[in-house]
Structures are given as C-alpha cells and as structure tokens.
Design a binder for this molecule. Sequence first.
Ligand SMILES: O=c1ccn([C@@H]2O[C@H](COP(=O)(O)O)[C@@H](O)[C@H]2O)c(=O)[nH]1
Length: 477
Amino acid sequence: MNFFDKLNRNILQNQSLLFVGLDPNPEMMPTRYESEDIIAGLGEWLEFIISQTSDFVCAYKPTLGFYEALGIPGLQLLQKTLTAIPSHIPVILDAKHSDLNTSNIFARTVFTEWQVDAITLSPYTGQDHVVPFLVYPDKAVFILCCTSNPGAEALQQYPTKESPLYLQIVKESKNWGTPEQLGLEVGTTNSEVLATIRGIAPERIIMARSIWAEGANLRQILEAGLNTNGDGLLIPVPQDMLGSPQLSQEIQSLHTEINQIKTEIIHENSTCSVWFSDVCLLNQHPQQNLILQLYDIGCIMFGNFVQASGAVFPYYIDLRKIISNPQVFNQVLTAYEEILKNLNFDRLAGIPYGSLPTATGLALRLNCPMIFPRKEVKAHGTRRVIEGNFHPGEIVVVVDDILISGKSVMEGAEKLESAGLNVNDIVVFIDHEQGVKDRLQQNGYRGHAVLTISEITNTLYQAGRINDEQFLAFNES
Ligand SMILES: O=c1ccn([C@@H]2O[C@H](COP(=O)(O)O)[C@@H](O)[C@H]2O)c(=O)[nH]1
C-alpha cells in the first residue's frame, strides 16, 4: 500500500489528523526515565509514547537529527523505534535531507532498508534532489516550505511580502511530484501563512509544524489548513504533552477537540444545502490514478474556455502536454492500446498535430505502420494529402485526442477515404459525450474512448481536486 493510502486509512480508522514527533532529545526527556544509560532511558520513553498514542494518531515522525546526535547507539535506537511503531501506521522520517550527491543512496537506505514511508526534504537543491526519492512509487516526500524560526524570515519573506520565497517554493514544488507523493511541511504560528499556502496548494497534504509555539488557536489553524474535504492537514501533538505520564488521556482530549472543531468547520462550510452530487464515493474509477496525474500536469483545466465552434465550455483538455511527461505518456498509450487490441486494422492514422506523438508511440508499440492526413496541403514538394506509405483498400484506424463535435476527426477520416482507404473505427482518449459518438455513427464510424468527460470530472471531484462550484458548472453545461 502506498504512503497516501496508508495515511488516509489511518486518518479514517483513528479519526485523527494528529501525528507524533519521536525525538530522543535528552533535554526533553522526563526525569522519570533518567538512568546511567541514557539511550535505554530515551528508548523506554519513546516506547511509552508509541504505546500511549497509537490509537489516536495517523502517523509518526521520528527526527533523524536527534538519533544521529547520539552516535551509533542513536542509530540503533532508531531501528528500535521503527520496529516499535505498529506497521499499519505510516512513518515520516524527519531528515530535512538537503544533499544532492547523497540523495540516491540515502533514498535507497531509508525506503528499502529502514522502510519508512515518507521523508522530509529541503527544497534548495530543486527537483533533481527530489526525483531519487520519488522513483519509489509507494513512498512520499514532504518539502520544507517554511519554518517559524524568526531568523529565517529574512530568507523566507525575501524579496517582498507579496511574493515571498516560501510561496515560490510551494508553487515550484507542486511541479515536482503528484499530490499523492509530494506534501508540504509548513512550520508556522500564523494561520494566515497556512491559509495562503492552502490557497495555492488545495490538493496537497500539509504537515503543520510549530503551531503550538505561541499557544495555538486551533480553530484558526484548522480553518486555514484543512482542504475542502475537511482533511489534508496533519497536526503535531504538542511536544510538552509527550512528557506527561497521562499522555493517553491528554492526547485523547486533544483528538476529541480537533474532531469537534473540524466537524463544525465542515458544517459551516457546507454552503450547498439542497444540492447532492450523484457521485458514488465508494467506486474508484479504474483510471483514477491516470486522471489525477493528467490533472496535476495541467492537461485538464477548469474555467471558461472558448472552443473552435465559439461555444464556451467550463473546461479545456490539453493532451498535447503529455509528451513532456514520459511516465504519464506511457500510461496514456497503454490505455489506447487496451482498445486498439480488440480492433481490426492494417494501418494507424493520427490526426495532426495534437495526436501525432500518440499515434507514433502506438505505431511503435504495436509494430503497426502509421500514416497521417495532412492538416493543410503544401503548395510545393510532393503536395501529398496523406503522409506515409499505404495501399488503397487497406483498413485504417484513426487515433485522436478528444471528440468535441467530431469535426476534426471526421475531416481527417474523409481525407483518408478519399485516398481509397477504409476507416471503420475512431479511437480517442476523451469523449465529450453529448451525442458526439452518435454523430460519428451516423457518418459510418464506430467511436471508442478511453474516458468520458463526466468520468473525469466525477473522479476529480471525488478526489477533492475540483470544488463544488467547478463540478456544478460542469454538470450545468
Ligand atoms: O478541450 C478541448 C477541446 C478541443 N480540443 C481540440 O479540438 C479537437 C476536437 O474538437 P472537434 O470539435 O471534435 O473537432 C481536438 O482534436 C483538439 O485538437 C482540445 O484539444 N481540447
């Protein structure tokens, strides 16, 4: 199970957004654990913390620096701590790793040997540093966006309060990994900072830090940091509480208080009292992962977009972007392939320009000759309407990105037919619905689509990527 699912399962099971920092800090260790053997005392304390809190948290966060500071016995203690954490609870190793040169080997050690589920990283070395951690698909990273340390302000707020560096980190790091694999670490006592980050990154898990430093206003923190589904925010258990012999009771009452405020906030924010979506939250679309990735790389946009026909749609699909993301491109090709393998054809044709890379990828994968009808015929050279070799009478399957009115794909098919080729099937990635497949049928073509636009919007809504307003705008269009 991947980090994201493991985390969400614990959030649900323990009804908790709380996480516990496991810091073997001798300065914070309660006196009742003091002994000749400091490592043994710290170990007992950490085991007590885990046993008292495991029913009330969604994750643990051991801080590597505290273990390292204790030398080799400290790293042995880390192993003991990791063993003591129940295996169903995700572990976020707080390493703030920042060295590009050691990133490959460090990622391998923490994820395959220590088997932690996620790690915190410093953003300064950029995406190159993050990639070695993201090649482990079940694991995740948290990017340090800001800290509450007053001395850090000179950097974090630079160059201006309106456009500070820490917000640039949030914006930039969103391009580095999917929301399932990349979360944000936000250390702040200021709920406005949290609210601004939530506004920029509505889809990310935010791991809040330092919120208790100035006597936190829990309600403000939750209002600022929760996502539209009322989660997506991890709250630290206050450090002082971890020294208490009544830890279990204290964490339980904090847990109750948070859930109570959270319920109130969700209730207050549910502005849509009469409208119920018909999305079934239990059924996950088989292509959910791919849909979310397409959304995250900017292939699916919501807003008011004018189409070629002049009509305004509440969304725009730009599948041309997939060529810049080989991992998503590959998955898209696999989805087309699933349909193509059941069809009968001699050649494959892409509709320029958007679908030429896809058709090329499929031709290579299926070892099938490719051709394409030109969009405009050149006034010089061969003046060919169809590029590539073919024999009249052959069957050609047409591949395109999205069907809106069906005009572009049918124009392409007609050019192929006027050259003596036969087109029976048209395969697209997205069907806009509203009768376009029937229109193809009336013109003698069978239309096939990997996804319909409503499957996409339902999935995005269900996953919290789009809000009620965007979802409603789509359904009313
Ligand atoms: O969201 C969209 C809408 C349209 N396109 C482009 O238009 C054609 C499909 O439109 P028809 O009306 O079916 O001709 C499609 O091939 C795209 O090139 C788009 O990319 N995204």
